[in-house]
Design a protein around this ligand. Structure first.
Ligand SMILES: *Cc1c(COP(=O)(O)O)cnc(C)c1O
Length: 393
C-alpha cells in the first residue's frame, strides 16, 4: 500500500489550523513582549458584579444545570436592556436565549440556520470564528470586503448587493466591527436591511461591542430597521461590555421561531453554561448609565493614548469609532508584509500585534494591515508606545 494515510482533521476544518492568536501569544510569552494581540482587558470588570457572582455561588444559585434557555433573571435583564437602550421589546421567555458567550451564539445560529451549500455573505475582514462556523455548517462563505476610504473602513453597498445570489441564505454582520473598529452608519445599516427584506434573507448580527462606540459614532441595532425584527438574530455578550471575558455569558435576541431553531443546535453544544455568572450578569445589565458612559470614555482615552503613539512611531492609523482595536497600515514604515512584520516585532521592540491578513479570504487584501488592542492598563499602553518608538528611529 502506497496511499497516504487519511488526515486526522476532517476536510471542513482542514483550512483552519491553529489560530494566529495562539502563535502570537506564545511569541509574547517567549520574548517577554507586551501582548496587544488578543483582545482581552487586563483589568477585571466592576467589583459589585464580581461580588454578585460570589454571592450567587455561595447561595447555591446556578451551581447545578441552569434552565436550557438561561436563568429567568438574566433573560429578563437582557429584555429590559434592549428596551431601555434601543426601545426594542423582546419576550424574555420566548425571544431571549442565553449562550456560552457570543462564540456559541454564532456557532449555534449558523449550525441551526445554514443548510449545506447555502451561501453566507459576511463582512471581511472577519472575526475568526465566522469562517470556521460557516464551514462546520457546510455553508459557503461569500466575503464583502470593507475598504478604507477617508480614514474609515466602509461598506460598498453595490458590492454587497452583487454578493447576494439565489443561494444566499443569510447575511452575517458585525458592528461595531472587529478588527477594523468601524461602526456601520445608519445609511449602511438601512441598505443592509432593505436588501435583506427585498431578497428575504435572514440576518445574524454580532453586536458584542454595542457599548464601545467613540466620539459621535452611534450603535444602531439592525433589528430596529423596518422588516428586521422578525428576520434578525442579534448576538451580544457580557465579556466585552463588563470586562469579564472568562465568564462566557452571551445571548441572542430574536423572534420565537429563530430562538427555537438556534436553541435546537445550542442544546447539543453546551446545553447550559456559567450558572452563577448568569445571575451576576443579570445585575450587571441593570447598572446605571454612568457605568456604561464611564467605561466608554475610559476606553476612548486608551484608544487615543495608543493611537497617538502608533502615529508617532510612523504607522498610518485608521481611527476606530468602536471596539477594543486599532487597525494600522504599515506601508509608511517601509513594510509590506503584515505577517512577517508581526513575527519580527517582538524581537525588534517587544510588542505583539496581529496581522489582519489572517482575517481575509484573499491573502493579498489586508497584507499591509496590523491590529493592536488597546483594552489594557494605561501603564502597559505607555510602555508599548515607548517601545514602538524605536521603529521611527
Ligand atoms: C470577542 C468577540 C466575540 C466572542 O465573544 P465571547 O462572548 O467571548 O464568546 C464574538 N464576536 C466578536 C466580534 C468579538 O470580538
Amino acid at each position: 500500500m502506497t496511499s497516504s494515510p487519511r488526515p486526522l482533521l476532517n476536510r471542513r476544518l482542514a483550512e483552519f489550523g491553529t489560530t494566529v492568536f495562539a502563535e502570537m501569544s506564545a511569541l509574547a510569552l517567549r520574548t517577554g513582549s507586551i501582548n496587544l494581540g488578543q483582545g482581552f482587558p487586563d483589568t477585571d470588570g466592576p467589583e459589585e458584579v464580581r461580588e454578585a457572582a460570589v454571592r450567587a455561588l455561595r447561595d447555591g444559585r446556578g451551581n447545578q444545570y441552569p434552565p436550557g434557555p438561561g436563568v429567568p433573571e438574566l433573560r429578563t435583564a437582557v429584555a429590559a436592556h434592549q428596551r431601555r437602550r434601543y426601545n426594542l421589546s423582546f419576550d424574555p421567555d420566548t425571544e431571549v436565549l442565553v449562550t456560552a458567550g457570543a462564540t456559541e451564539a454564532i456557532a449555534a445560529a449558523l449550525l441551526a440556520l445554514v443548510e449545506p451549500g447555502d451561501e453566507v455573505v459576511a463582512l471581511e475582514p472577519y472575526y475568526d470564528s465566522y469562517a470556521a462556523c460557516v464551514a462546520l455548517a457546510g455553508g459557503r462563505r461569500v466575503p464583502v470586503t470593507l475598504r478604507p476610504r477617508d480614514g474609515r473602513f466602509r461598506l460598498d453597498l453595490d458590492e454587497l448587493r452583487d454578493a447576494v445570489t439565489d443561494r444566499t441564505r443569510l447575511l452575517l454582520i458585525n458592528t461595531p466591527h472587529n478588527p477594523t473598529g468601524t461602526v456601520l452608519t445608519r445609511e449602511e445599516l438601512a441598505a443592509i436591511a432593505e436588501l435583506a427584506v427585498e431578497r428575504d434573507l435572514l440576518v445574524i448580527t454580532d453586536e458584542v461591542y454595542e457599548h464601545l462606540v467613540y466620539d459621535d459614532a452611534e450603535h444602531v441595532p439592525l433589528a430596529t430597521f423596518p422588516g428586521m425584527r422578525e428576520r434578525t438574530v442579534t448576538i451580544s455578550s457580557a465579556g466585552k461590555t463588563f470586562s469579564f471575558t472568562g465568564w462566557k455569558v452571551g445571548w441572542i435576541t430574536a423572534a420565537p421561531e429563530l430562538v427555537t431553531a438556534v436553541r435546537s443546535a445550542k442544546q447539543y453544544l453546551t446545553y447550559v453554561s456559567a450558572g452563577p455568572f448568569q445571575y451576576a450578569v443579570a445585575e450587571a445589565l441593570a447598572l446605571p448609565d454612568s457605568y456604561f458612559d464611564g467605561f466608554r470614555s475610559d476606553l476612548q482615552r486608551k484608544r487615543d493614548l495608543l493611537g497617538d503613539g502608533l502615529r508617532a512611531a510612523g504607522f498610518e492609523v485608521y481611527q476606530p469609532q468602536g471596539t477594543y482595536f486599532i487597525t494600522t497600515d504599515i506601508t509608511p514604515l517601509g513594510e509590506k508584509d503584515a505577517y512577517a512584520f508581526c513575527r519580527a516585532l517582538p524581537e525588534r521592540c517587544g510588542v505583539v500585534a496581529i496581522p489582519n491578513s489572517v482575517f481575509y479570504d484573499a491573502p493579498d487584501v489586508g497584507r499591509n494591515q496590523v491590529r493592536f488592542a488597546f483594552c489594557k492598563k494605561d501603564g502597559t499602553l505607555s510602555e508599548a508606545v515607548d517601545r514602538l518608538r524605536r521603529l521611527a528611529s
